[in-house]
Write a protein that binds this ligand. Structure first.
Ligand SMILES: Nc1ncnc2c1ncn2[C@@H]1O[C@H](COP(=O)(O)OP(=O)(O)OP(=O)(O)O)[C@@H](O)[C@H]1O
Length: 489
């Protein structure tokens, strides 16, 4: 019976998750504090997966995730966030969370996410839950390629260009740099390149360098010998060794520390490596595909990334546009994610209402495909009829136009209701700012939530919202403007 550690300072949530998960064949261990949870992970040896609230007293979810990943790198961690914490969600994914679920929580969605995480880790429950089974669902057997299931490639010019590039570089042994925002599908492209190569029968190993701690990065990448440092209880092969013969995908490569970059350069040049604490050279034949959000040449100019390493990798470059610039592809992906959600939920939702399609085409999708996938997954869960309607979308998405507050114009909200769909390119809706400082972060978050709540209650009448918040309209405008500026950084 898989064991889930539920970490949430809201005891009701722990209680509900316990009841629900137990009913579906899981065992739960609960913790109301991050500190206790870390102790539990030590004491209870056989925890399979962690479900952790992002906002807890004493430690935020990001720190907690890093602490878990440092000690238990392969432990799947699912983070619970608010929808407006999308930036946080993207950050935790980069730090190695398996996935995130947004509040309000829907137990089926969590169950689904836990199941796929455990399936990927190879610890799925023996008897899968059978709630809500629809007999009429045709279960199409689809090929999956590891991480997040199968990928699609459509007919739009962007897709065609990507397919051409993959076909061109796939069969070669070139190193490839893939640029793209978080969630835009970089790993998917890397996997496709691997599949097109002569290495396809060998492993594809993906490593998120952003999730590697400075101390453990060397041992994760190159492995270690027993006793080579405190905590090295057993001998462990590194990712390069595991990928031997195949392809290694190093995501967010610019996050590797300088000394690891030096080791990496040596490994590439010499085509052999040694485990940490080892004395034996291990010959390597690994193709390297790397990905980055930031241009590596710029990172090299800033001294953050070694220039010689950049030149080593710079044999072929693929740029993946953000989803908001791939308007023709949005519904292709949405339908694909709906198929997958139907499969997972054993439902048969047929499509999207025209209003939802319009919103999807014009929303900015900061979290790119990952955000779209999660929005569709949840909407499918909430849909009883044949089509996904606007009411099943998160508030922030269904009201995205009103939340833009362009030019702080009082008329904008009203205008947005009647105007034809606006093409939103780089504008961003109001959402949480990416602060590092946690006290400031907490107060900004809280303000944001209260403002959003007041706007919801007053149907976006900003004068009334200001009154509810006991501030004047100008202060409300200024706060909104501040959020916009922070968001655009
Ligand atoms: N071509 C595709 N077809 C279907 N799903 C896709 C495709 N490309 C990406 N996805 C899905 O979108 C999500 C994000 O993709 P992926 O992990 O490849 O993005 P990424 O750019 O590597 O993200 P990050 O940089 O944050 O790790 C995943 O759930 C993935 O399965």
């Amino acid at each position: 019976m898989p064991k889930v550690l539920v970490i949430d300072d809201d005891r009701d949530i722990c209680f509900l998750m316990n009841k629900f998960l137990t009913k579906h064949g899981y065992e739960t261990v609960e913790s109301y504090s991050a500190k206790k949870a870390l102790e539990l992970l030590e004491e209870v040896k056989d925890i399979d997966i962690v479900l952790c609230d992002y906002r807890m007293e004493g430690m935020d979810g990001k720190t907690m995730l890093l602490k878990i990943k440092e000690k238990y790198p392969s432990m799947p961690v699912i983070i619970i966030t608010g929808y407006n914490d999308l930036k946080t969600a993207v950050d935790v994914m980069k730090l190695g969370a398996y996935d995130y679920v947004t509040k309000p929580l829907f137990p089926e969605e969590i169950l689904n996410t836990i199941q796929s995480a455990l399936q990927q880790a190879g610890t799925a429950p023996a008897a899968p839950p059978t709630n809500g089974v629809h007999d009429d669902v045709k279960k199409e057997k689809k090929k999956t390629n590891g991480n997040n299931g199968d990928y699609i490639f459509g007919n739009s010019p962007v897709f065609q260009h990507l397919i051409d590039q993959i076909s061109l570089v796939g069969p070669t042994d070139y190193s490839v740099i893939i640029y793209g925002e978080s969630g835009s599908g970089k790993e998917a492209i890397a996997q496709e390149i691997h599949k097109k190569s002569k290495r396809a029968a060998f492993p594809f190993v993906a490593i998120d360098c952003g999730a590697l701690s400075r101390e453990l990065a060397g041992s994760e990448l190159f492995g270690h010998e027993k006793g080579s440092f405190t905590g090295a209880i057993n001998q462990k092969p590194g990712s390069f060794e595991l990928a031997n013969g195949g392809t290694i995908f190093l995501d967010e490569i610019a996050n590797l520390s300088y000394d690891i970059q030096v080791s990496l350069l040596r490994v590439i040049q010499e085509r052999k490596m040694r485990r940490v604490g080892g004395t034996k050279d291990i010959p390597l034949d690994v193709r390297i595909i790397i990905a980055s959000n930031e241009k590596l040449w710029d990172a090299a100019q800033k001294g953050k990334f070694r220039e010689d390493l950049f030149h080593r990798f710079n044999e072929f470059t693929i740029e993946l546009p953000p989803l908001r610039q791939r308007k023709d592809d949005i519904m292709v992906f949405a339908r694909h994610f709906l198929d997958k959600a139907n499969e997972g939920l054993q439902k048969n939702v047929k499509g999207f209402s025209p209003e939802v399609e319009e919103i999807f085409r014009n929303y900015v999708w900061h979290g790119n495909l990952r955000e779209l996938r999660n929005v569709v997954k949840r909407a499918a869960l909430l849909t009883d009829g044949d089509f996904i309607e606007v009411r099943s979308l998160p508030f922030e998405i269904s009201n995205y136009k009103k939340l833009l507050f362009e030019h702080n114009n009082e008329q904008y909200a009203e205008a947005a209701q009647v105007a034809p769909p606006v093409v939103v390119e780089e504008q961003r809706p109001l959402r949480r700012a990416p602060f590092e400082n946690s006290l400031k972060e907490a107060s900004i978050d809280l303000e944001y939530e209260l403002i959003l709540k007041a706007l919801k209650e007053t149907n976006f009448n900003k004068s009334k919202a200001a009154k509810l918040l006991n501030i004047d309209r100008k202060t409300l405008y200024n706060k909104i403007k501040l959020y916009q500026e922070l968001n655009n950084r």
